[in-house]
Design a protein around this ligand. Sequence first.
Ligand code: ADP
Length: 308
Amino acid sequence: MIEFRSVAKTYKSLLGRTVHAVEEFSLQVAEGEVLGIAGPNGAGKSTILSMLLGYFPPTSGEIVVGGLSPRRFVERHGIGYLSELIAIPPRWKLEVALERYAILADIEPARVKARVDEVCTLLGLDEHRGKRVKALSKGTLQRLGLAQALLRDERLLILDEPTHGLDPLWTQNFRDIVQGLRNPARTIIMASHNLDELQRVADRVAIIDHGRLQRLVSTGYSAEDLPSGVYQIGTAAGSDIAMGIEPRLAAVGANGFVLGPVTLTELNAVLKKLMEAGVVISSVVPSQSVLERQFREAVGEQGRETSS
Ligand code: ADP
């Protein structure tokens, strides 16, 4: 569906310096895939998305979307796009805004009302339909942006920081919405600072830094290829005997332990031993997801922020 072939983009800064925003970026994204893009600020994410949206061409290399250049693809098929900064005129009423975007998106006039109803219901916007944009909370505004991106049933959806400003309930709902949008003919690309969200929603995550693809991480994994990890183990009974059974456990608080790094097989063996001895396990939580670990390894921990 999408292919980046050795894409590079350089900017000229105001002082005339050349900024290499993206370099040697090659990646293929399949139809039906949900691809996450993660990276610290200034990594090159927006530049990559802007080229994919056809805003400007790469300085060198090539991007092909559905067999076309991004610009041609947008002209012919359109792309559903949620931008990081939603700029909707503040005086427009939510419902009117969506109707106008629907018309701009070339939805048949007779279908506009029904489609606006559908996206409002999907994103829980019904109670806000009559409100002016300036009166909306950040989370509602974000949902309006998402509703706008979903108006047309696009084959390609690009979501830049889609859960920015959403409360935990809507962040969870958003995951369900993305699952519902999954379709063998649709490709979804999602840039986010939220690694936990990418881990749950995306099939693969491209970790970008210094304009380059540093790692491509599959979020699905089998027990064999899961690298060793550190786990927090909670116990509801038998905490006093646990460390006598497994010396690698380190106590944290009254009913908790830390174990690791261990492989999944080792973790399971320890849990079995504990349970057989009468310890009641209440929780097992990895202290870092696979994606988080890969991100830290690729980007480095010192002084790098993942949030803006
Ligand atoms: P991200 O979206 O990951 O934060 P960007 O793609 O916005 O990263 O930026 C990548 C690099 O390119 C940064 O060093 C940024 O300062 C630089 N950059 C982005 N846009 C411009 C521009 N219009 N002119 C000059 N430099 C730019």
